[in-house]
Design a protein around this ligand. Sequence first.
Ligand SMILES: Cc1cc2nc3c(=O)[nH]c(=O)nc-3n(C[C@H](O)[C@H](O)[C@H](O)COP(=O)(O)OP(=O)(O)OC[C@H]3O[C@@H](n4cnc5c(N)ncnc54)[C@H](O)[C@@H]3O)c2cc1C
Length: 116
Amino acid sequence: MPIPRRLWERLIVNVGIDQDETRWADVSNKTLNQLIQELTQGQYTISGKGIFKEEFVTCGGIKLNQVDFKTMESRQCPGLYLAGEILDIDGVTGGFNFQSAWTTGWLAGQAMGAMS
Ligand SMILES: Cc1cc2nc3c(=O)[nH]c(=O)nc-3n(C[C@H](O)[C@H](O)[C@H](O)COP(=O)(O)OP(=O)(O)OC[C@H]3O[C@@H](n4cnc5c(N)ncnc54)[C@H](O)[C@@H]3O)c2cc1C
């Protein structure tokens, strides 16, 4: 899975690469090694939390077209059933994320139960 753009931009700033000025061919081995260190061992201090209403849903990363919505079975990994926040669903606040979690959980449970 690709690294989110904002994270990537932050990582290269942390090792001193100017994304507007520097060509990849000109990046030194030392800086590349620093980038590898940053990618694998970077440490970050939490400085605060998001403002109210920003925190509701992670929109977990599984694309909706990778799931059969009748059963919630993964199209990429048959036998794996998915529900709730792991799916790329970002409902507006007011219960839509709860509803999504409950509905997809129910569908997945029904489908798994029908198999046994
Ligand atoms: C502060 C906040 C406010 C929210 N308010 C709203 C709202 O008003 N309306 C709304 O619709 N949605 C709201 N949401 C979003 C909603 O809570 C989630 O979308 C929903 O709960 C997702 O359900 P889920 O079952 O997918 O995940 P979760 O509810 O996160 O459940 C996952 C469960 O798995 C457990 N777990 C994790 N790892 C493991 C493991 N390795 N082994 C065993 N168990 C594990 C966790 O402990 C957890 O109990 C809010 C979320 C937050 C954080």
